[in-house]
Write a protein that binds this ligand. Structure first.
Ligand code: PLP
Length: 398
């Protein structure tokens, strides 16, 4: 059976709307091809992608090293489960652990961010023999039952009813509110170290130090949900262990999004102590650690390293911050590296649209005044200039 879309935007959109459940608010763009920070549409248009396909295109769209690894692996073996060993999997796990803070010594592979968080919370419960989990208002952790119950942002917990019991909320950045709820019945404190969806909210390094101390005092497992902040996005390999975290390393880091450059993959990185409590068959998923995904994990980490992307993030971020000073309607710039929230005095939705009209893709957030930038880590200074110039023109016309 063939389905006619006519290859035009209108035809593709009509077909997708007819046959796909309408659960996403879409931009009027039909992506056909990608190259670095650029997306090419079926109508022959070219868009600067400062949203990175929702923070997934860390190495940029179709990075040649990743595409080569994917092609080569696909000709050898698409998949075999964890019931056999694989050199491709062994290499990916070794590479991932080698770029992580040294106390995170073992990886568990799964398929998505929500699944990584579910497994992180499960491991914390196994490790502590406790059930409760503390997360933060404004945090987002995914849409499966336990992860959505841990998501105290907007209407998510409501969508996820009935919620998994034992989820408690504290206020991000406020250690007193953590102390008030996180007692000796709590298995884990889990947080997005930068709350992305909430509008790119940050906490001072001292907060992470206080969290670590509190967890150590009460035998609580500290989990960083680095689904967005991990794999180079902040200019460090991970937020864990970075200056912004006051050097604090959690007991578990969860990852997904940019880890496979677009091929679905999630992971948990854990300490020896946590690993020591996990037994055969305690965790598992058919597709976790599959060869295609593993080849992409290795190639992604190599591409970031080979191309000096971490340094690029830091250099280009400073240039971007400097240039954004020219835009007087921006009242605040939040975040770190290439996870930035531009706060406008008013609703940012018209700015998002005006930029899209100028062929620049940005992200919105649950704070209507904040526009999010999550570009590929290879974004260059020239492309930043193109963006800021377009933003200035757009602001003048709005
Ligand atoms: C911080 C964070 N955690 C978890 C998730 C869930 O990841 P996934 O959509 O891969 O399940 C997301 C997705 O946006 C996220 O931003």
């Amino acid at each position: 059976m063939t389905v006619e879309t006519t290859g035009t935007f209108a035809g593709i959109a009509a077909s997708e709307e007819q046959f796909q459940l309408a659960t996403y608010k879409k931009m009027a763009v039909a992506a056909e091809r990608g190259d670095g920070v650029w997306i090419y549409t079926s109508d022959g248009e070219k868009y600067l992608d400062l949203y990175g396909g929702h923070a997934v295109a860390g190495t940029g769209h179709c990075h040649p090293h990743v595409v080569k690894a994917l092609r080569e692996q696909s000709e050898k073996l698409l998949f075999y489960s964890n019931l056999v060993y694989s050199e491709t999997r062994a290499k990916a796990a070794e590479r991932l652990v080698s770029v992580a803070p040294s106390s995170l010594t073992k990886a568990f592979f799964c398929n998505s961010g929500t699944e990584a968080n579910e497994n992180a919370m499960r491991m914390a419960r196994m490790y502590t023999s406790r059930e409760n989990v503390v997360t933060f208002t404004g945090g987002f952790h995914g849409r499966t039952a336990d992860a959505i119950s841990a998501t105290f942002l907007g209407k998510y917990r409501e969508i996820g009813k009935p919620n998994v019991p034992g989820h408690l909320a504290a206020e991000f950045g406020n250690i007193e509110s953590v102390r008030a709820v996180a007692d000796n019945t709590v298995a884990a404190i889990m947080l997005e170290p930068i709350q992305s969806m909430a509008g790119v909210r940050t906490a001072p390094p001292s907060f992470f130090r206080q969290l670590r101390e509190h967890c150590d005092q009460h035998g609580i497992v500290l989990i960083f949900d680095e689904v967005q902040t991990g794999v180079g996005r902040t200019g460090d390999w991970f937020f864990a262990g970075s200056e912004a975290a006051a050097g604090v390393v959690p007991d578990i880091v969860s990852l997904a999004k940019a880890l496979g450059s677009g091929v679905p993959v999630g992971a948990c990185l854990v300490t020896d102590a946590v690993a020591s409590k996990i037994r055969e068959n305690d965790l598992g998923t058919t597709f976790g650690g599959g060869m295609l995904a593993m080849a992409c994990v290795s190639a992604t980490l190599e591409a970031i390293d080979n191309d000096g992307m971490l340094e690029n993030v830091r250099t280009v971020e400073s240039h971007l911050r400097e240039r954004l000073k020219e835009v007087e309607q921006i009242v605040g710039i939040h975040g770190r590296g290439f996870l930035l929230g531009l706060e406008f005095a008013d609703n940012a939705a018209p700015v998002h649209k005006a930029l899209l009209d100028r062929k620049i893709i940005t992200g919105t957030s649950s704070d209507a005044r904040v526009l999010r930038l999550l570009p590929p880590l290879c974004l260059k200074i020239e492309e930043v200039d193109l963006f800021v110039d377009a933003l200035q023109v757009a602001m003048a016309e709005l």
